[in-house]
Design a protein around this ligand. Structure first.
Ligand code: UDX
Length: 441
C-alpha cells in the first residue's frame, strides 16, 4: 500500500521506516530540510536500535523516500500524522500548532477514500475537531495512537502489544465508513494482525484517551513506588525488596516499579501535564488532580538524589569532583528531553561541584544544551579522580560491565550514589565504597 507519513521526528521516522520494512511504499515528509537530507541518505538522525538497518534497507529497496514537498503525499492511501505536540510555552496544555499545520498542508493532496491517520498524542476532542476539515476533501480521519518506547521503537511499531483505531462512530458503534477505515488499517498492519495482535476499534475520544491514560498509568506506577521510597527512607525499609514483593502479585506486576530519580523524556512528563490541562478545560480537573501529585513526587526524587550526594560528601558539593554516569533520560537512547539525569548533573554543578558527565549515546545532545558541564567519552577517564560517583541512567556500561573493584582503583572518594537502584550494592560495598541507593538503607 502507498503511505505517507507527515512529520519525521522520533515517531514519524520510525513509523515510515517500519512500514516500508513490512512491504509498504512510504514517503516521509517533514519541513526540516536537514532531517530530510539525513534520512534520504539513510542516516538515522537519532540513536534508536534497529532503525539504521531498516532505513538503509527501505531506501535501497526503493520503497522508502523522504522529502520536504507535501505534494508527494498525493496518491498515498493512508496519510499518517506523526508531528510533535509539545508542552505550550508558559503552560501545561499541548501545543497543537504542528498537528493543525500538518493537516492543513495535507488537505490539497487528499483524494476521495484516503485515510488521514493521526498518531500524535493529542488532547481528547482533537480528532472530532479535525474530522470535518478532512471530510470536505472526501477523505476520512482516523485516530491511531502510537505506544512506542524509545529504545524499542522499531519492535514496538512492527510488533505492538495492541493496535487502536479510533474511527467515525455513532452511538458508540463504528459507522459503515468507520468499519471500512478499520479494515484499511488492518491491511496496513498486516503482520501484526496475522499474529492476532489485539486490534481495538473504537471512537475518536476513546482512542485519544487510551494513549494519554496509558501514559498516566505508567507515570502513576513510577511515582507510586517513588512515594514508597520516600517512606522507606524514613523507616529504614528497602523499596527494591518492597517492589519485588508487591510485584509478585499478578494484579500489580513488577514492571514500572523501578524507584530512583524518576521519569523523564519527551512523553510521560508532558503528556500527564497536558492531560491535567485538558481535564481542567473539560471541567473535570479533580478527576485527574492526582496527576499533579504524580508530577510533584517525580520532581522531588531529583532533589533527593542531589541531597544524598551532598550529604555523602560531608555537607557540601563545592569544588568536589563528581562523576555523573548517564545523561540520557533512559538507557538505549540519546534523548535528553526532560532528562532527570542531566537535571541532577546541572544542579550539582550549580552547587559548585566539578561535574564530569559520561554517557554512551547522549553526550553530543547534552553538550549542546548544557555546555557548562564537562563531558568525557571514556568511562574510566570520567571516573578517575572522582570524589563521588552518581549513577543517573542505568546503562549496562556501569550496571553490568563495570567491576566495582576496578572502579575503586580510579575513584578517589569511595562514594557511590545509585540514582537508579541498578548496581549490585553488596559488590560495591565489598570494593570499599559507601553505597547510597534511592529508598534503600
Ligand atoms: C513512554 C511510554 O512507555 C510509551 O508507551 C509512550 O508511547 C511514550 O512514553 P518512553 O518515553 O520511551 O515511553 O520511556 P519509558 O520506557 O516509558 O520510560 C519513561 C521514563 O520512566 C524514563 O525516564 C525511565 O527511566 C523512567 N522509569 C521507567 C522509571 O523511573 N522507573 C521504571 O520502573 C520505569
Amino acid at each position: 500500500m502507498r503511505l505517507s507519513v507527515i512529520g519525521c521526528g522520533y515517531l514519524g521516522a520510525v513509523h515510515a521506516a517500519a512500514m516500508a520494512s513490512i512491504g509498504h511504499e512510504v514517503v516521509g515528509i517533514d519541513v526540516d530540510e536537514r532531517k530530510i537530507a539525513s534520512l534520504s541518505k539513510g542516516d538515522a538522525p537519532f540513536f534508536e536500535p534497529g532503525l539504521q538497518e531498516i532505513l538503509t534497507e527501505g531506501i535501497a529497496s526503493g520503497r522508502l523516500s523522504f522529502t520536504t514537498d507535501m505534494s508527494a503525499a498525493k496518491g498515498a492511501k493512508v496519510h499518517f500524522i506523526g508531528v510533535g505536540t509539545p508542552q505550550q510555552a508558559g503552560g501545561y496544555a499541548a501545543d497543537l500548532t504542528y498537528v493543525n499545520a500538518a493537516v492543513d498542508g495535507l488537505l490539497p493532496y487528499l483524494s476521495e477514500g484516503d485515510l488521514v491517520a493521526g498518531k500524535s498524542t493529542v488532547p481528547v476532542g482533537t480528532a472530532a475537531n479535525l474530522a470535518p476539515r478532512v471530510a470536505e476533501t472526501g477523505a476520512t480521519l482516523v485516530w491511531n495512537p502510537e505506544f512506542l518506547r524509545e529504545g524499542w521503537a522499531v519492535q514496538d511499531t512492527v510488533d505492538p502489544d495492541r493496535l487502536v483505531a479510533g474511527v467515525p462512530s455513532q452511538d458508540g458503534h463504528p459507522t459503515v465508513e468507520g468499519e471500512r477505515c478499520a479494515d484499511v488499517l488492518r491491511e496496513v498492519y498486516h503482520t501484526a494482525v496475522a499474529k492476532d495482535t489485539p486490534f481495538i476499534v473504537t471512537d475518536y475520544a476513546t482512542a485519544e484517551l487510551v494513549k494519554v491514560s496509558a501514559n498516566a498509568f505508567l507515570a502513576t506506577k513510577i511515582s507510586f513506588i517513588n512515594a514508597m521510597a520516600e517512606i522507606a527512607e524514613v523507616t529504614g525499609a528497602d523499596v527494591t525488596t518492597l517492589a519485588d514483593a508487591i510485584g509478585h502479585d499478578a494484579r500489580i506486576g513488577r514492571k514500572f516499579l523501578g524507584a530512583g530519580i524518576g521519569f523523564g523524556g519527551g512523553c510521560l512528563p508532558k503528556d500527564i501535564r497536558a492531560f491535567s490541562a485538558r481535564a481542567e478545560e473539560l471541567g473535570k480537573g479533580e478527576s485527574v488532580a492526582f496527576l499533579r501529585e504524580i508530577d510533584a513526587i517525580n520532581l522531588r526524587r531529583r532533589d533527593r538524589a542531589v541531597d544524598l550526594t551532598v550529604t555523602a560528601l560531608g555537607g557540601t558539593a563545592y569544588d568536589k569532583n563528581i562523576t555523573v554516569l548517564g545523561a540520557a533520560f533512559k538507557p538505549h537512547s540519546d534523548d535528553i528531553r526532560d532528562s532527570p539525569a542531566l537535571d541532577v548533573a546541572v544542579r550539582l554543578h550549580g552547587l559548585g561541584a566539578n561535574v564530569t558527565v559520561t554517557d554512551p549515546a547522549a553526550i553530543e545532545n547534552a553538550r549542546r544544551i548544557h555546555p557548562q558541564l564537562t563531558y568525557v567519552e571514556d568511562r574510566d577517564q570520567a571516573l578517575t579522580g572522582a570524589d563521588a560517583v552518581i549513577v543517573v541512567t542505568e546503562w549496562d556500561e556501569w550496571r553490568r560491565e563495570l567491576d566495582p573493584a576496578h572502579a575503586a582503583t580510579l575513584v578517589t572518594g569511595k562514594i557511590v550514589v545509585d540514582g537508579r537502584n541498578c548496581l549490585d550494592a553488596t559488590a560495591w560495598r565489598n570494593a570499599g565504597f559507601t553505597y547510597h541507593g534511592m529508598g534503600r538503607p
